[in-house]
Design a protein around this ligand. Sequence first.
Ligand SMILES: [Zn+2]
Length: 345
Amino acid sequence: MPKSKFVDFKAVKAAITMEQVLEHYGLLDKFKRGADSLSGPCPIHKGSNPTQFRVSISKNVWNCFSECKHGGNTLDFIARMDDVSILAAANKAIEWFHLDIDEMSGDSNPEAGETSEPPRNGEVARPRPAARPAPAQENGAPNKPLQFRLDKLEREHPYLVKERGLTLETIVDFGVGFCAKGMMTGRIAIPINNAEGKVVAYAGRSIEEPTDDSPKYKLPPGFRKSQELFNLDRAIKEPTDKPLLIVEGFFDCMKIHQNGWRKVVALMGSTMSAAQEKLIRQHMTGQSHVIVMLDENEAGKFGREDIASHLSTHCFVKVHEFDTPEAEPEHLFPEDLVEILEGVR
Ligand SMILES: [Zn+2]
């Protein structure tokens, strides 16, 4: 039975403020601050009257009294500014503000569609402190390389070997392992490198069913996931005429790599951020080929269409669709992978 997948709009809305959204667009300086309000020219219809657009800080809503004659919440604002659907706006908000996506949605996490997860049908995620945005960073500022390494990671942990089917070679190759102490205690630590191959963060994968207090993935506060592509540093060392495979999650990526296709990157979610698009474009020519292989669920279908439309102006893009609902690249047999990829070359 296909699982219900959704973004909990309510939780996303509750986690971000209009001020943060305006700041994200670089607009906050243009607004005048009142006791419980912000007012300024309407950024949606690009008006000039400084009182036409008003934000109620306590209600976290906006209104344009001029041309738009419209108002709404934070997601409505993003949707109007970027001319996208509310779903796309929610996904953008999750990316921009590093919201705790495990808590917020069932479809935007790095392993959306994982079979071990109970159905979230009708479940309402409660906003909680962990779902608050990370402290604002300069827009577009790169993640800084870490000054430390997690050592003494347990490589041959049953979760990696038995549950995820990784070989010791892959485990060592990607530097992953179970962390018995420190900030990732009780989790699988997964180093994330920037394009230069420097470790910029560790993602911590829970080895148990995620709970309210323990999300599936833990990322360091302030880390901008949207600025990186997992495994990019190594994928770009592969031959330029070889297609680049784009998948969602860490484990999709490691498994595909293990199955012999090393030119693979993971979005760490089901959407491609503007920064990720830029990274891909930097390493592509007009002759390059890209294969988008996201999970076969609603989020994946949405994501792959969006990615294809963005990348197809720069290179050749093929979208892979699985025959089976809920299929994921992680679970492909090596021979099926070969068959899929051979069809592209
Ligand atoms: Zn307006």
